[in-house]
Design a protein around this ligand. Structure first.
Ligand code: NDP
Length: 475
C-alpha cells in the first residue's frame, strides 16, 4: 500500500526533488529477465535434487531412525543396495490419495467459499477483502483474506474428531506420511506445470509475465506474477498458506499423538516444538494481510519454487523436528527447556516487532511512533512498467535502523530454538536452521538487489545510513 500513490495519503516530495535519478529502473525491479550461468546451474541442481533431498530425510527417519548417515554407510559398506531401500519405501496408496484429495478440496472450499467473518468480531485482526502491493506492471490485486478462519475451522474439526467424533485416528498423518509424500509431489508438479502453461497461453495479467527464454528458469521461478482462476482464486496466496501452513500444526499434532501412542507420553521437547511452531503459524494467519506485502507475494513469480515448495518442501522439511521426536522422545532438563523457550520467544518477539514496525510505518505513511519516537525516514521514488512514478519511504528507525533485515535475525533465532529442542543426538533436526540461514541470507541479497534496482540512489542513502544487512558489525 505504501508504494502506491494514494488519494488519502499526503503526497511525498515531488519527483523532481527526490534524489533518485535512475529512470533506467523503470519496470526492471521485478524478477530477472536474463539468467546467469550460476543461477541456471543452481536451478537445475534444485530441480533435480530437491525431491530426493526430501525423500532422503523422510526415508532416513522411516528406515534408519533419523540417522542421516545410515543409508550412505549401508550402501558404502554393501549392507544395503539402493533397490533394497527403495523396496522398503511405502508406495502411494488409495487411502493416502483419498485423504490428500479430501484435504486439498476442503482447503480450496474454505478459501473460496467462506468469506471472512473473523475480522467482524476479533479486535485488531485485519481480514476480508484487502489490496496487495503495486506490481511491476502497476496492477493492484484484491485478495480475500480468510486464512485465520480456515486455520481455526480446520483445527476445531481436528480437536472435535480427537475428543468427540473419532472419525479417524490423530496419528493418521504420521501413519500415511510417505504415501502422502507421493500425493504432495503429484500436486506440486501438477500445479507448477499448469502455472507454466497458463503463463504462456492464458495469463491473468499478461503485463506482469516474464519470459527469460530459458525453459528451466521459467519453470522454476515462474512466468506469471499472480496467476488466478476467476476473480479470487489466487495461486500464490492459496499455495503459500494452505494447504502447507495450515497443515504444519496438524502434522505436529499428529506427531505428538504418535509419540504418545509409541512411548506412553508426550515429552516436553515435543510440547515446545508444537507450541513454538504454532505461534509462528498463528502469527502468519493473524498477519495474512501483512503477508501480502512480503517478497513471496510482492516479488516472486509463481513457478515450481513456490508451487512444489509449498506442497512438498514446506510440510515435509519444516516439520522434521516433530518427526524426529517420534523416533527419539527427547525429554529436556528444565534449564534446557527454559532456555529453548526463551530463545524461541525472544526470536519471535524480534521477528514480529520488526515486521510490525515496517508495516505500521508503511500503513501510516510514517505518521507513527517507533520505539516511542517519530521515525527517521528516507524519501524514495520508483517507476512502474506503465511509466507511472510512485513515491515511497524507507524506515531508518527501530529494528530497521539496527540492520537492514533484522526481521530475519528474529526468524533465525526462532528456527534455532526448534532445533535445540531436539537435543544433540542427531544432525537431522538441525537441517532447518542450516536451511533457514541459507534461505534468508540469499533472500537478503536478492532483496537488496531488487531494492537497489527499484530505488537507485535512494537505496544507496539507506545502505549508507544502515550499513549492516543482518548483524551489526558482522554482516
Ligand atoms: P521483508 O519483510 O524484509 O520485506 C522486504 C521489503 O521491504 C523490501 O523489498 C522493500 O519492499 C521493503 N523494505 C526494505 N527495507 C525497508 C525499510 N527500511 N523501510 C521500509 N520498507 C523496507 O522481507 P520478506 O518478505 O522476505 O520477509 C518477511 C518475513 O517473513 C521475515 O521476517 C522473514 O523472516 C519471514 N520469512 C520466512 C520464511 C520461512 O520460510 N519461514 C521465508 C521467507 C520469509 P518495497 O518494495 O515495498 O520497498
Amino acid at each position: 500500500m505504501a508504494a502506491k500513490s494514494q488519494p488519502n495519503v499526503p503526497k511525498a516530495k515531488s519527483v523532481d526533488s527526490v534524489t533518485n535519478d535512475r529512470t533506467a529502473s523503470q519496470g526492471q525491479w521485478g524478477r530477472a529477465w536474463e539468467v546467469d550461468w550460476f543461477s541456471l546451474g543452481s536451478i537445475i541442481f534444485l530441480l533435480l535434487c530437491a525431491p530426493f533431498i526430501v525423500y532422503y530425510f523422510i526415508m532416513a527417519c522411516d528406515q534408519y531412525s533419523c540417522a542421516l548417515t545410515g543409508p550412505v554407510v549401508d550402501i558404502a559398506t554393501g549392507r544395503a543396495r539402493l533397490s533394497d531401500i527403495w523396496a522398503k519405501t511405502p508406495p502411494i496408496t488409495r487411502k493416502a490419495a483419498q485423504l490428500y484429495t479430501l484435504w486439498v478440496t476442503f482447503q480450496v472450499l474454505l478459501y473460496t467459499s467462506l468469506p471472512d467473518f473473523c475480522h467482524k468480531f476479533l479486535p485488531g485482526y485485519v481480514g476480508g477483502i484487502q489490496e496487495g502491493a503495486v506490481t511491476p506492471a502497476g496492477v493492484v490485486n484484491k485478495y480475500q483474506i480468510n486464512g485465520l478462519q480456515a486455520w481455526l475451522l480446520t483445527h476445531l474439526l481436528w480437536f472435535a474428531n480427537a475428543h468427540l467424533l473419532s472419525w479417524f485416528s490423530p496419528t493418521i498423518i504420521f501413519d500415511n506420511w510417505i504415501p502422502l509424500l507421493w500425493c504432495a509431489n503429484i500436486l506440486g508438479y501438477a500445479v507448477s506445470t499448469f502455472a507454466m502453461v497458463k503463463g504462456y497461453f492464458f495469463p491473468t495479467s499478461a503485463r506482469d509475465c516474464k519470459f527469460t527464454g530459458n525453459f528451466f528458469y521459467n519453470y522454476m521461478m515462474g512466468v506469471e506474477f499472480n496467476p488466478r482462476i476467476g476473480k479470487w482464486f489466487d495461486f500464490k496466496l492459496f499455495f503459500n498458506g494452505r494447504p502447507g501452513i495450515v497443515a504444519w500444526t496438524l502434522i505436529n499434532l499428529s506427531f505428538a499423538a504418535k509419540q504418545r501412542e509409541l512411548h506412553g507420553h508426550v515429552t516436553n521437547a515435543m510440547v515446545l516444538v508444537n507450541v513454538l511452531q504454532a505461534i509462528y503459524v498463528i502469527d502468519f494467519f493473524w498477519n495474512e494481510t501483512w503477508y501480502l506485502k512480503t517478497i513471496d507475494i510482492c516479488h516472486d513469480h509463481f513457478g515450481w519454487y513456490l508451487g512444489w515448495g509449498d506442497c512438498v518442501w514446506l510440510p515435509y522439511l519444516y516439520t522434521l523436528q516433530g518427526l524426529y521426536l517420534v523416533y527419539h522422545p527427547v525429554q529436556l532438563s528444565t534449564p534446557h527447556a527454559v532456555g529453548v523457550l526463551l530463545l524461541g520467544l525472544v526470536g519471535y518477539y524480534i521477528f514480529r516487532v520488526a515486521n510490525h514496525q515496517k508495516d505500521l510505518f508503511r500503513r501510516t505513511d510514517g505518521r507513527c511512533l517507533i520505539w516511542g519516537k517519530k521515525p527517521k525516514v528516507i524519501e524514495c521514488s520508483y517507476t512502474s512498467a506503465d511509466g507511472q512514478r510512485h513515491h515511497s519511504k524507507l524506515l531508518v528507525s527501530g529494528f530497521w535502523g539496527v540492520a537492514r533485515h533484522f526481521n530475519y535475525v528474529g526468524d533465525l533465532m526462532g528456527s534455532l530454538a526448534y532445533c535445540l529442542a531436539c537435543g544433540g543426538g542427531h544432525l537431522l533436526p538441525y537441517f532447518y536452521i542450516i536451511y533457514m540461514a541459507i534461505l534468508l541470507t540469499h533472500r537478503c541479497l536478492r532483496d537488496e538487489h531488487r531494492c537497489a534496482s527499484k530505488y537507485g540512489r535512494d537505496w544507496e542513502r539507506y545502505t549508507a545510513a544502515v550499513p549492516y544487512r543482518l548483524l551489526p558489525g558482522i554482516f
